[in-house]
Each structure stands twice: as C-alpha cells, then as structure tokens.
Design a protein around this ligand. Structure first.
Ligand code: AMP
Ligand code: MG
Length: 317
C-alpha cells in the first residue's frame, strides 16, 4: 500500500524525496487531492498517466509554490495571465498559456500550451515550497471516477501506484479548479470551477465550442461512481428516493431535506458550496453502500452551482 503520512516535517520530507526520485505523491489542495510528479521528467509524468489509466491526450495541471516560478514552465506569460494570477493566486484558478519548450510533451498532452496553478492550501504550499519543483498533478483518482476529496479516496483508487499520500484532511472546496485560457486579451473559460464567470468578469458568455476543444479533459466521461446517478429537481429527492425504493432498488440520497429511513446512505447539504464540498464523497459513499442508484438534487446554476451542475451532468452521463 501507499505510505500515508501526516503533513509534519517527516511526512513532507518523505513526500519530497519521492518526488525527487520520480515517484508519485498524492497531496491535498483546496479543490481535490492531486496526484503529483516532477513536471519536467517525462518518466515521472508517464507514471501519473499509467496509475490513473488516463488518456495520453488529456494534459495535466502544473502546480507551483508561487507565481514567481512560472518562468520554469511557460514561454509567454501574458499581461492577462499576470493580472489573473495577481488577483486569484493562490487559489482555484488554472491559467493556460504557451508552454516552455523544455517541458516534456507528456505533461502537456502533446499541446503547445500548459496549464498552471498555485493552490491555496497550507499542505500543498508547504510541499511545493519544500520540493522546489513544478509538480504536474491531475486529480488523484482512476480516470473517469469521482475526484478524491479525502486521503482514503486516493488509497481506494490508486493503492500501490502512489508512493506517498499526504493526508491533509478533507478538501475545503471539493470541485476542481476553474480553467481559463489567458493567451488572448480576455479570459476564455475552459472548465467551470469555484472561481466563477462573475468573478472573472465574463458574465453571460456561454462556453465556446472552440474553447471546449482546447480543453481536452472535457471530452471524457468523468466523476462517475459505480452506480447510476439520477439528477432530480430541488426538493424532489426524498420523493424520488421513495419511489425507487418501492420499485425494489437500493437507493442513496443527496438532498437538502431529511432522507427516508430506508435509504442505504444519505448526505444532506445546505447550499451549492456545501454540496461542492461533499459531492464526490457522497458519490463514493453511495457505491460503497451498494446503492443501485444515487438520487442527487440539483442546485441553481449561479456561482459555484455552475461547476457542481457541470460535474453532476457528467457523472449522470
Ligand atoms: P484534472 O487535474 O484531472 O482536473 O485535469 C486537468 C484538466 O485541465 C484537463 O482535463 C484539461 O481539461 C485542463 N487542461 C490541462 N492542461 C490544459 C491545456 N494545456 N489546455 C487546455 N486545458 C488544459
Ligand atoms: Mg480529474
């Protein structure tokens, strides 16, 4: 099994040693747990793709301790990138710009661009500072599965493939970063996240199909547990759950309201941000409880609700 460590001096030293040896280290960020490797080493990054079963054309996000390190991975840090970084870093905003020639193409999924981010999490920051390397890190789940928001989710999915898992507790945001293309004069949102279009000042634009082509990850099935996901209207969760139970199904419920006693597991949320925090753990709990179906109530598509609904639609297939 992977060595699970706490983020003390010894734990971080083990994680740094593994990264420097070209091995994989899972670590918490404010969004989800990342599966990290030295972004400049093709052999190390290839292990990330193998461990996840990730398609080779789905590029990784390179994590840095601070914006001062972008020079090692990008070739053109645009005025827009600079201003976005100054406003939103550290934080859940991933910025896509032209990649440095020295970055292995396995890291960028064969693209000429690279995605970079400075996470806002004390453990991620301590690790990135201590290791002093650009760390390529997609979410630390098997490809297609719900992202991990707790250390045990990583161990459940990846087991031995990861050398060290740094356990920093549950992730405070719970959905992946917002991805923006910052090569031009205005940000183009490639993936929704907790930093919203309103925050970025691109209100009212719908996702541009060219932009979606430019963000390869959005093509693949994602976030899916090993049971059906039924997305229902707000407030309808308990009723739909009861109907499915009467039809003989084992039902998990994710709802604002209290669950009927017969569900196999229930997660209650207060609002979209609360659902974001608990969604992936709830999907994993549903499959672990042997549910046939997990019934999840929708949230309004404003703020982080847009990212939550994007993930839920993909999980529901
Ligand atoms: P993950 O960390 O697993 O959420 O995956 C990272 C996601 O970031 C990918 O699936 C892409 O959608 C996006 N991404 C990474 N690099 C690029 C890039 N160079 N251009 C556009 N999107 C990117
Ligand atoms: Mg992912």
């Amino acid at each position: 099994m992977a060595g699970v460590v706490v983020p003390d001096v010894d734990g971080l030293a083990r994680a740094c040693a593994a990264l420097r040896a070209g091995e994989l280290v899972a670590f918490p960020t404010e969004t989800v747990y990342g599966l990290g490797a030295d972004a400049r080493r093709a052999d190390a990054v290839a292990r990330v793709f193998a461990a996840k079963g990730r398609p080779a054309d789905n590029p990784l996000i390179v994590h840095l301790a601070d914006a001062g390190q972008v020079g090692s991975v990008v070739s053109r840090w645009t005025p827009l990138a600079r201003s976005l970084a100054a406003t939103f870093w550290p934080g859940p905003l991933t910025i896509v710009v032209d990649a440095a020639d020295t970055l292995p193409s396995v890291t960028t999924g064969g693209l000429s661009t690279v995605a970079v981010r400075v996470p806002d999490h004390p453990v991620a920051e301590a690790l990135l500072r201590a290791v002093d390397l650009p760390v390529a890190a997609p979410s630390a789940n098997r490809s297609g599965r719900p992202s991990p928001t707790e250390a045990r989710h990583v161990a459940d999915d990846l087991g031995d493939a990861v050398a060290v898992v740094v356990d920093g507790g549950p992730c405070p945001v719970g959905v992946e970063s917002t991805v923006v293309d910052a090569r031009g004069p205005r940000p183009v949102v490639l993936r929704e996240g907790s930093i919203t279009r309103e925050d970025l000042g691109v209100v009212g634009e719908t996702a541009d199909p060219d932009a979606l082509r430019a963000s390869p990850g959005t093509r693949y099935r994602h976030y899916a547990p090993r049971c059906r996901v039924a997305l229902v209207a707000p407030g309808e969760g308990p009723l739909v759950a009861k109907q499915s139970i009467e039809a003989g199904e084992r039902v998990a419920l994710v709802s604002c309201d209290a669950a009927p006693a017969e569900v196999v597991t229930a997660t209650r949320f207060a609002d979209a941000a609360d659902l974001a925090r608990h969604l992936y753990a709830a999907l994993r709990a549903a499959e672990q409880a042997g549910a046939d179906v997990v019934v999840v109530e929708s949230v309004p598509e404003v703020g982080v609700g847009r990212a939550v609904m994007d993930r839920l639609r993909r999980a529901a297939g």
